[in-house]
Structures are given as C-alpha cells and as structure tokens.
Design a binder for this molecule. Structure first.
Ligand code: ATP
Ligand code: MG
Length: 573
C-alpha cells in the first residue's frame, strides 16, 4: 500500500474524537462518495449529507460494525454533515439495554460523536402505526390470519410465484378494525399479521406481501408492555430514515434485494425519501462475524465474555490492546466496495503494530523466567541503566532500569545443545544484556528431573552499557529483569480463536482452536511498570505488544499480549 494513503488516515484531536480536516480528505473516496458528490452537484437533498449508524441492540459491536461506523460517521465528517446513532429496536425478545450501553461506549471509543442525535426505532412506534393505518386506508395493507408457516408456504420459491393469501381481499374497514384490535390485544400472539399488499408473483420474494406487523406480547426494554404488536425491520427502517431526514441510507449488500421494498413503502406513504446504498460487508479470515455466533460463544462459555480479548468485538479488541486509531486506519485501508470479499486478518494486525510502534513505551518483561547469577558481580550492588522509552520518539527520553547480581532471562534464551547459528546463551557463550553488560555462561544448575533451573555467568565490567572498546562481536542481545526489583505478573498469550481461515464453513464450533489462550503465571516485569494502569500498552522487548488487563490487582498485574512483533498469520504460528 502506498504511503500517501496511510498518511491521509483520520486525524485525532486530544479528546480522541475524529475531526473533519478541510485540507485532508477523510478517506480516499469511494463509490458512495462519488454518488454523494453527484447529489451535491445536482442539489439533491439541498446539499445536505445526513447518515446514520443503525445497530440492532441484540449483541455487542464487532470489527465489521466498525467499518460501517467509520463509513457513516466518516462520510458525515467529510461533507460537513451529520450522522445519527439509531437503535433499530424492533425485536424486543432479543434486545437489551446492556447492548445499548455497550454500543454507545464502543462508538464513542472509536472516536465518533452523535451529539444529541441518539434515536430509537421504538421512539417512532406511534408514527409507524399511523403509517400502517395509512397503507390500510390506501388498500395497500391487509390483516392476514395465516400462520407463519402457512405464509412461508404460500410465498412460493425463487422459481415459483407465490399464491395470494385467502385474506388478501379483506375490505379496508375490516382491515382497519382488525388491525386496531391487534393493537388492543384482542388476539393471541402469532395469530394474525399485517401484510403489505404488493405482488405475490414478483420475482423478488421480498415483494410478495411481506409481513409488516406481528403480534407479540414481549416486554420491550424501552416501551415496556405498551405494545403487543411490533413492526418488522423492513417496515420500520425506511420510515425511521425518513423521519430523521437521512439523505444516504448506507447498508450492507444483503439489503440490496430489500431496496425495492424500502422504496415501495416510502413511495406509497408519499414520505420524504432517502436513498439506500449498499456496500460489501467486512469479512475477516479466522473470524466469525455473525452476532448470533458470537452470542453463542459467550453463552456457551467458549470465551470469557463479549470482551474476551480473542473476540472480534470492539470491546474484545479494546481489552486486547487495539487502539481506535489502528481500527480506523484499518477501515480506511480496506476501502468500500460493492462486491463481497474477505480481508486477511494480518492486515488488521499490521495496522495495529504500525500504530503501537509509535505509541507504546518500551519495557522489559521476562515471560518464562530462568534465574541467572552473575558470580563476579558485587553482592548488594545495584546499577541503574538508562533505557530509551521509545526509539521512534527520542524526545520522550529515557527510563531507569536496575541491574544486580541476580537477574532473570527467558528460558528459551538458553540452549544446552544449541543449533548452528545460535547467538543466545549456551555453555561458554557470551551474550549482551540489553543496556547492561556482556555476560558469559559458565555453569548450569539442574534439578533432579534434569531441568535447567539456574545459570551461573560472569560479566565483563568493561562492557558497561552493552559494548566494549575492543569491539568484539557479540551477536545475541537478551532482555532481562533484576530479580530483586521485578514485579511478578500474569501474562496471557493469545492465538487465533479458530484454526481455519473460514470458520463459517461447516460447524464453526468445531473449528475453535483449543489452544487459543495460554496463561503464563510467573512472568516478571521491570519495576517501572508498577505505575501502569489497565488499558496501558507497552512493547515488551522481543515479545510483542502487551496491554494491561482490567483483571489486574494492585499486587498482581495481568497483561494481554496484544500482538506479536511479527506477522503470526503467515507461515503458521
Ligand atoms: P444481525 O442483523 O444479524 O443482528 P448485523 O451484524 O447486521 O446483525 P446490525 O446491528 O443490524 O447487525 O448492524 C448495524 C449496521 O452495521 C448495519 O448497517 C449493518 O449493515 C452493519 N454491519 C453489520 N455487519 C457488518 C460487517 N461485517 N461489515 C460492515 N458492516 C456491517
Ligand atoms: Mg442487521
């Protein structure tokens, strides 16, 4: 990808909100912006741009929603327009305030602001009811007594036309009476529906007299028990868009076949008419993106919750250590297209690494400690070495790291029987301890089981700071922590949640990776990390980026590995 494309990513102000920037375009432009450009030029909608992000509060948002959020809010910012947050809450049995709250938190965290425009389809129930009455009065809707199953049967198939319901020709008066009585609660759940009267022979099945109201005595998280009839999404959505005077109603491709219905409702009602535009939804390798499946992962305990750091939810990515900037940048780069495709998850991680490389302070942490005693180092002596906070940002200066006689290094930085080209510790080998000294391995202590439990080394006092005047070659550089100063911590390493690129093929549960979480209970951190707070991100030298987890307690920090330093998706683990 070309550099200029990267640098035109959204800018962020101090509060983290994405701001429109007059000199830099929001994004590279896309076919939706081309349509809007034409509408601006022709004066359609009076030069206004007003979009909306319309989640159904029946689950937590995921990275696919982030694409829609960036597109809808980003488009409004680009054109100096507005974007509403609208909850499409027409299915009370599946919806909950917990989801409403999480959605608001996630949109805000991504850096977008709906100002005072927080709307709910349920705010429009009365108006939607009036619209239904209007359709009945026009002879364009009727009450149908067929059961759900019969409706399906009458509807026909892609190759066969549907058959008209026996109730299709009820009089306007009878329909008005029955629909009012539906609302009044006179009929049992599921016994009747209100249907649009369109065309049972239409090649588009969505136009074959779709149901627009159903009877359901479900408690709604906002309207309580006020209603026992609820509008269908396909009816509520265009009318909600119209009420809010949306100009461009951007949705995903699966709604393309619903557009004629969207248009039909607004035309029949003679209502203000936004333009629906469809784009390809985001699919990612190694990821399931259906809310239903994500809910199942949560409900059945395959993950610890919606915000499990392995989840593709916004809250999971946040807990994992993703930044809003990385996610926005990713959404920018994948672009907006008209054809479905699957994006390599490595691109998401690449965007993250790029952001964290600039942002994350460096630290040393030993994940699987091996004790090293430096025999010739004075007992009780402590030296404090300077270490850079971030080599990408020299202006941030340095931090202090203590060095002493007993330190820890990574277990896998020692090999008893090293392969060719091994530059780390091995019997008799010399390595550099980052920022400190050269040490040479002299002696190995094993336990009864024959495992290496301790190394004895000597250091070269002339190599202070990690170099010598004689310029001798020491190719391996290890990270380490001082035993007396280190902070014990738990580190959680993550692998892909699914073992196959397309987990939706077959039963997604069968594709779960049993080793997606590995807990390292004995990690040791450099002492400066005691100031860290949950959410803080660091680069642990040679180990990747790590983010402090909310499970941390004052005496036991927990860190999630956000992402390794290199792409883990190419060539296996
Ligand atoms: P469902 O309708 O099955 O509950 P959904 O993922 O479509 O799930 P919505 O709450 O309806 O969830 O989605 C809100 C908005 O986000 C919609 O405009 C939808 O088209 C868009 N969206 C959902 N998934 C994706 C995705 N993978 N890529 C891009 N946009 C998406
Ligand atoms: Mg949807």
């Amino acid at each position: 990808m070309d550099k200029s494309e990267i640098t035109t990513a959204n800018k962020t102000d101090d509060a983290g909100l994405v701001q429109a920037n007059s000199s830099e375009k929001q994004g590279q432009g896309n076919f939706i912006h081309d349509i809007i450009d034409q509408d601006m030029a022709s004066g359609k909608y009076g030069g206004r741009v007003h979009t909306r992000f319309p989640p159904e509060p029946n689950g937590y948002l995921h990275i696919g929603h982030a694409k829609s959020i960036c597109l809808n809010f980003g488009t409004a910012l680009k054109y100096g327009g507005k974007c509403n947050l609208r909850f499409d809450d027409t299915n009370p049995t599946k919806e909950d305030v917990e989801y409403v709250e999480s959605i608001k938190e996630d949109v805000r965290w991504l850096g977008f602001d709906w100002e005072d425009r927080e709307f709910y389809a349920s705010d429009y129930y009365e108006q939607l009811y009036e619209c239904a009455i209007k359709l009945i009065e026009k002879g364009k809707a009727y009450v149908c007594d067929l059961s759900a199953e019969e409706i399906r049967e009458y509807r026909g198939t892609l190759t066969e036309p549907g058959r008209p319901s026996p109730y299709r020709n009820r009089s306007v008066e009878e329909n008005l009476d029955l629909f009012r009585r539906m609302r009044a609660g006179e009929f049992p759940d599921g016994s009747r529906t209100l249907r649009a009267k369109i065309d049972m022979a239409s090649p588009n099945i969505n136009m074959r007299d779709p149901v627009i109201y159903r009877i359901s005595r479900a408690h709604h998280h906002r309207t309580g028990d006020k209603w026992c009839i609820y509008p269908m999404y396909d009816f509520a959505h265009p009318i909600s868009d119209s009420i809010e005077r949306i100009t461009h109603s951007i949705c995903t491709l699966e709604f393309e076949d619903h557009r004629p219905l969207y248009d039909w409702f607004l035309d029949e009602l003679g209502a203000y008419h936004p333009q629906q535009i469809e784009f390809a939804r985001l699919n990612l390798t190694y990821t399931v993106m259906s809310k239903r499946k994500l809910l199942e992962l949560v409900k059945n305990g395959y993950v610890s919750g919606w915000d499990d750091p392995r989840m593709p939810t916004i809250s999971g990515l946040r807990r994992r250590g993703y930044t809003p900037e990385a996610i926005r940048n990713f959404c920018e780069r994948i672009g907006v297209a008209k054809a479905n495709s699957t994006v390599d998850i490595a691109l998401l991680e690449h965007c993250l690494r790029e952001d964290l490389n600039l942002r994350a302070p460096r630290a040393m942490a030993v994940l699987r400690p091996l004790k090293v005693v430096i025999d010739n180092y004075p007992e009780g002596q402590v030296e404090w070495f300077d270490a850079e906070i971030n080599p990408e940002k020299p202006e941030l200066g340095t931090r202090k790291i203590p060095f002493a006689k007993v330190i820890y290094v990574e277990q896998d930085d020692y090999s008893e029987d090293p392969p060719k080209g091994w530059f780390r510790l091995a019997p008799g080998k010399e390595v550099r301890l980052k920022y400190a000294y050269y040490i040479t391995c002299r002696e190995v202590v094993k336990n009864d089981a024959g495992q290496v439990v301790e190394l004895h080394c000597t250091y070269d006092p002339a190599s202070r700071g990690g170099w010598t005047e004689d310029g001798r070659k020491v190719r391996g550089t290890l990270h380490w922590v001082s035993a007396a100063h280190a902070i014990p911590a738990e580190v959680r390493l993550y692998d892909k949640l699914f073992t196959v690129e397309n987990p939706d093929e077959g039963d997604f549960r069968a594709n779960l990776n049993p080793d997606s979480l590995q807990i390292l209970p004995d990690a040791l951190l450099e002492p400066g990390l005691k100031e860290a707070k949950p959410g803080d991100c660091f680069q642990f030298l040679r180990q990747g980026y790590f983010c402090m987890d909310p499970d941390s307690t004052p005496d036991r920090p927990v860190f999630n590995r956000t992402v390794g330093l290199k792409d883990s998706f190419k060539g296996g683990k």
